[in-house]
Design a protein around this ligand. Sequence first.
Ligand SMILES: *[C@@H]1O[C@H](CO)[C@@H](O)[C@H](O)[C@H]1NC(C)=O
Ligand SMILES: *[C@@H]1O[C@H](CO)[C@@H](O)[C@H](O)[C@H]1NC(C)=O
Ligand SMILES: *[C@@H]1O[C@H](CO)[C@@H](O)[C@H](O)[C@H]1NC(C)=O
Ligand SMILES: *[C@@H]1O[C@H](CO)[C@@H](O)[C@H](O)[C@H]1NC(C)=O
Length: 960
Amino acid sequence: MTTRQSVMLLVVLVLSLPGLFHSFKPLFYSKSITHREITRIAVLRKTAEVCRDTAASKGLDFNLIIDNNLSAGKVQKACLSTDTSTIMFEAAIRTIYLSNAAVDLLFLLSAAHHFDDETFKEGRDIITKGLSVVKGHTKLGNFFGGRLSLGKICHTLQDFYSHSNWVELGNKAPYSALIRPDQPLENLAGRNIPTCRSCVGKNCTNNILPDVLNRGLLTSGYFRILFSAKPAGKCSHGGFFDRTSRKDPVGGISKDTLDSSHGLSHFEAADLAIRATMELLEDIRLAAGGKNFMRLMGLSQSPVLCFVIDTTGSMSDDIDEAKRVSFEIIDRKRGTGQEPSGYILVPFNDPDFGPLKMTADPDIFKRQINSLTASGGGDAPEMALSGLQLALTAAPPFSEIFLFTDAPAKDAYLRNTIVALTESTKSEVTFMLTSIAAGRRRRRTSQGLAPRAMSQFDFQLYRDLAQSSGGQAIQVTKSELSLATGVIVDSSASAVVTVLQAAGNPGRSSNFAFAVDGSLRNIKAYITGDSPLTFTLTSSTGVSQTSSQSSGPLASFTTAGNMRRLSFNTDNQTGLWQISVSSNNPYLVKVTGQSSVNFIYNLVEEHEGAHGDFSLKEGRPLSGGNASILVTVTGSDTVKVTDITLFDNSGPTEVKGSLQSLGRSDFLVTFTGIPAGEFVLILKGEDTSSNSKSTSSSFQRQGSTQLKTSSISVTAQANNTNIEPGNTISIPFTVTTTTDGVINDSVTKTFTMLVSNDRNYASTSPSSVAILAGSGGKANGTVTLTAPSSAPPGTDVTLTIEAKSATATDINYVVLRFSVTAKVTDVTRPVCQVVSTSTCDSSSLLCASSHWKFIANFTDGINGTGIESLTISQGNGTLNMSTVVGAGGDNITLVTYTASCCSQIVEVIAVDSVGNVGTCVGQARVLTTPLPATTSAVQATSSEWNTFLWLSVVFSVLCK
Ligand SMILES: *[C@@H]1O[C@H](CO)[C@@H](O)[C@H](O)[C@H]1NC(C)=O
Ligand SMILES: *[C@@H]1O[C@H](CO)[C@@H](O)[C@H](O)[C@H]1NC(C)=O
Ligand SMILES: *[C@@H]1O[C@H](CO)[C@@H](O)[C@H](O)[C@H]1NC(C)=O
Ligand SMILES: *[C@@H]1O[C@H](CO)[C@@H](O)[C@H](O)[C@H]1NC(C)=O
């Protein structure tokens, strides 16, 4: 057997063994603290601290107790001073902890990823390299990639406290050297020093050798699943699957759960893991700045504004309208705290598309959209889906993307890839499709170019993509476009939730019922479909309004092309409403509102076993098989969830999930035997915050993305999620056919493979794979991906491997994400040297009238990447800087800080090009001298004024 084969065998064997995780449990575990909880608590606490410091620097109150009981809702409310949906924040935390949990799957056998086997140096390398990747992602605005990379290093960092003897050595603070590559790792036990003795029966209380504890030597447990070998006298991890723990010295030292060998120290280890994670987050905050840190944490209440725009000649009117509506949104929301959290713009025509432009700065976006010009083209279809693909991969999950075009898609072959992307990101795509009015075909656009014709067939592609993502396909004439862009304004509001989204069956009248609850505001309904189409809206009290009344008792509506947009007159008529529609054409009905009550969900995959756990699954669930979905309800203080179902309107078919509460507002929902179909996830429950005081009202929310099943299973696993510029990685994959969710090994079949990545990186793949007789129902292949040598570190790349049946009726896919990382050569932090500090006038009674000055030098050293930013993190004076070349040839940044004596501390943060952070603190110490009698006239109690009046100042300067 080759090494590769034996590794494969090992992996297969290992993956089929039950309960293998050997860390803090990844996601769920009775009363023990999991990686999920540790990560969640650390993110909430650190975010709250940053908000507290920001509030303090602005002299604002901050009344939130920062402890382990914070919720995303409480933190967001305290930080943003508004009470809106926490969906983005929850989704960001979810991404971080699912990525954290994935380390146990991807790197199960890598000791360094878990600090097993005394791999302190290697484990620290993983953390510090990963940390620079997180900083790179954040700097480039790739927050999603940043969260994935952050989750991974959190796992390794947190494992240190469970797997090493740091806690047993009596340490009460995190080990900072683990996130600082420039610090030595001291007092490592080393390979030849025995560290443990056997436990007494099951009692491992005293198994670490007294000599190790006395000398303060750092060690960690050995862990092997298949072999029992370990160096003589070494501690083991412990537990059923660790074979080394059965060899002398018997037993282990892990603190993963309360039942672990050192379970008595479980809570202490978990607490240190939380604080270490916070320390890591603080380092990222200093490097990224407060604002970008908040974006990385997803603390933003508004979605991104994302436009994908056809720039062919005939599109100039559409581009003007896209400008107008985006400027309107930007100008109306600027400074309100409801500004879009980011802006994404992707132009496309033929044969070009992109580049994608992403910014958090509204003025940069304005400039970018202003510089779009419509030119060239003719009748050719355009690269619409390629442009959309870029946007879908860059936009955060749960975004709404607007695509403007007047032409068919030339790249319709990307259809399944786009569907797969909307399924995995849960982003909605709404198409703004323009044409000239019928009967006015000769009219030309302002550029003198005729729009191109789009057939029903072309239009169907856009409609299918809209429907499967939960968006709309709006078809209007160029002159009507400004009526339709109201949907963009609607969706840019904060906390928009989907109450109902359904496709209607042409040719028959359909009724759609939906519950309006007390938390819903600004309810809107959209009915998109060709005329003739009639509808009737009926309220919970039985009042009706038909489509012949554009303004009636229940709503007012406008028509733009094939879309009818209804604005409800009142928010507070709770109960069951109904829309019935009659049309001979296909149509979509969608009801939205604004509410803090919403939910996020992810498909997860169960790993069998006594201590089994779940990991993120991207790809479709298997027809006839089971599926598990992790659901978090946001704004749920007043709601009780009763049902979570999968619903297929075409049957209609309903599959009820069984709910398992995971504490807070998290649920694991299990569906068994899901028939083949296209489903949406519907959540129902009771809302007790209803306006109608004593009674509670029913509420419903719907996931807008369709969830389709497949009988194809595609699996792939990369052994590394980082890729260096210029390097190629290989990713083996396996395709199987399933019946009722299990592999059907008697089938022989050929599948077409379609492999794509969002950066257009070079990639190879077989164009098809075949399941041959006697192959156990499996077909294998390998995909390669090469990062260009010019790829900037911090770029993320998403690879989709898709298998399609010969008839193209069934597809499934797997999504893999990689980060571009470069070797980090600069690990030293910018260094600060204080030059001088002046003193305040000690006789002054009013601090505001005297000033002090602080001068310091910063350098990143001769081999450093250079100081890129200097900011004040504490103090409200002014900072001036200039650069000189030092004696050694290095650049020295001379910093002069001036502030009033009311602000007596300054902290200056220097960040180099790769995100190493250096800080410099100057502090005024106040000495107290007796109060002169003449000041007694001041109207204030002496205790309030003590700090100001007893003023005699000595400065002490601290530099770290
Ligand atoms: C384990 O052993 C220690 C002494 O080594 C003893 O103090 C402790 O009570 C024992 N615990 C149990 C559960 O027997
Ligand atoms: C509904 O809201 C309106 C104002 O928006 C108010 O006048 C009315 O009393 C409310 N009705 C109920 C039933 O709460
Ligand atoms: C990943 O696999 C490749 C071959 O496919 C191998 O060369 C490389 O060493 C592996 N990396 C790790 C970290 O296992
Ligand atoms: C495909 O790979 C799997 C392991 O990933 C192996 O068990 C199987 O035998 C391979 N099948 C073929 C046909 O090569």
